[in-house]
Write a protein that binds this ligand. Structure first.
Ligand code: ADP
Ligand code: MG
Length: 404
């Protein structure tokens, strides 16, 4: 990675202003129901504390603009539950404070007397309308709260907001460990993949993934297509997909992508069989057929067993695998087998020494559901951000960090 990290700073006596991603789910009682994102930020926070810094944390949580009243805004979107969870996870910090302030006088007062070893969590940055507008006055106010800015919120790095981008123009700015890990695995893997390099692309729509496919076509040896988007490719090849989700206005595009793949010597592989259903429902009638034999009224909701055998084989023999997008409607158990089998093949490839990376919100949920998240090299914490990296885009929250 060509950006400075927290290792490149002498932290002694400094105040670190750290953008974390504490955008965690809350249950009905307002407690953190999944603290993964908080735990992922601990290595960075601990490093800063151990090296003599005090730490000021900022994050957004959800979309507070949607709240209908001030009371609802605080109840559903305050970072207080995250602060409490952090307090439990970080007993070695001398003090963990929380404040209702985000920036300005009250926040400056809260940080003023922060001693090395102490942590302060500011309130939800999106409580301030200037955050998402990347308002320069907010960025300047935030910058007064620290000596050095650290971005460890990979999942927000594709957004140019005051706390993810604007503030970095006013302070020395470096990456935290989570940010570094995500960039190394996603960007680093793309820049220097060990061959054979295989990508698996699925999910609902081809239109969501055009950028990813086009960016990867130059580098991969094989591109395995699954999920709803496979239907559009199959339709482009002339198959009758019956009631399957097909994006009619992307059929030409699918054809073009297949031509580009052929010209680039990339094996673009499509399903040969399908699990089909007579309704979009977990208790629909279902059967397995070849992709050229889908009866009227039926729809493809998962890749079939012959496809699974072939795809799993390609994955197991790869040295680098990147996966984005489920192979079927994995949220419904009868259509989860294809996705689960790919997750299993990823785990086996990892065992064989391959680098295996998963990005995308639903894909990550799928591998967690399969219980295999810790059996692959890297599971990205950032849905949108990881997709934009796979599309070859530069993330604004990364671009603004100091170069090595
Ligand atoms: P990610 O979040 O990993 O990038 P996407 O959002 O692109 O993935 O796609 C995930 C969605 O695609 C899931 O909700 C899944 O149900 C849906 N999907 C997968 N296969 C099909 C299919 N054959 N028909 C309809 N929807 C599908
Ligand atoms: Mg998704």
């Amino acid at each position: 990675m060509n950006k400075q990290t927290i290792r490149d700073v002498d932290w002694n006596g400094k105040r670190a202003l750290v953008r974390v991603d504490f955008n965690v789910p809350l249950d009905d009682e307002g407690n953190v129901s999944d603290d993964t994102r908080i735990r992922e930020s601990l290595p960075t926070i601990r490093y800063l504390l151990e090296h003599g810094a005090s730490v000021v944390l900022m994050s957004h949580l959800g979309r507070p603009q949607k709240a209908k009243s001030e009371e609802e805004k605080i109840r559903k979107f305050s970072l207080k539950p995250a602060a409490e969870r952090l307090f439990e996870l970080l007993p070695e910090a001398s003090i963990v404070h929380k404040t209702r302030a985000i920036s300005g006088e009250a926040a400056e007062a809260a940080v003023r007397n922060l001693l090395p070893g102490a942590v302060l969590l500011l309130e939800n940055t999106r409580f301030d309308d200037r955050e998402e507008a990347n308002d320069p006055t907010m960025a300047e106010e935030l910058a007064r709260l620290g000596d050095v800015y650290v971005n460890d919120a990979f999942g927000s790095a594709h957004r140019a907001h005051a706390s993810t981008e604007g503030v970095a123009h006013h302070l020395p700015a470096v990456a935290g460990f989570l940010m570094e890990k995500e960039l190394n695995f996603l960007q680093g893997t793309l820049e220097n993949p060990e061959k054979p390099f295989v990508t698996i692309i699925g999910g609902a729509k081809i239109s969501d993934k055009i950028g990813v496919i086009e960016n990867l076509l130059g580098d991969v040896d094989a591109l395995l297509i699954g999920g709803g988007m496979a239907n559009t490719f199959l339709a482009a090849k002339g198959y009758d997909m019956a009631d399957s989700l097909v994006e009619q206005d992307s059929i030409d595009l699918a054809r073009t992508l297949m031509q580009k793949a052929a010209a680039a010597n990339v094996d673009l592989i499509l399903p040969v069989d399908a699990v089909i259903a007579d309704a979009f429902s977990a208790d629909a009638q279902r059967q397995t057929v070849a992709v050229d034999a889908i009866p009227g009224g039926w729809r493809m909701l998962d890749i079939g067993p012959d496809t699974v055998v072939h795809y799993a084989d390609v994955v197991r023999n790869a040295k680098t695998v990147i996966w984005n997008g489920p192979m079927g409607v994995f949220e419904m158990e009868p259509f989860a087998a294809g996705t689960r089998a790919i997750a299993q093949a990823m785990a086996e490839a990892t065992d064989n020494g391959a680098t295996t990376v998963i990005g995308g919100g639903d894909s990550v949920a799928a591998i967690e559901q399969a219980g295999l998240a810790d059996k692959v090299s890297h599971v990205s914490t950032g849905g949108g951000a990881s997709l934009e990296l796979l599309e070859g885009k530069i993330l604004p929250g990364v671009a603004v960090l100091n170069d090595k």
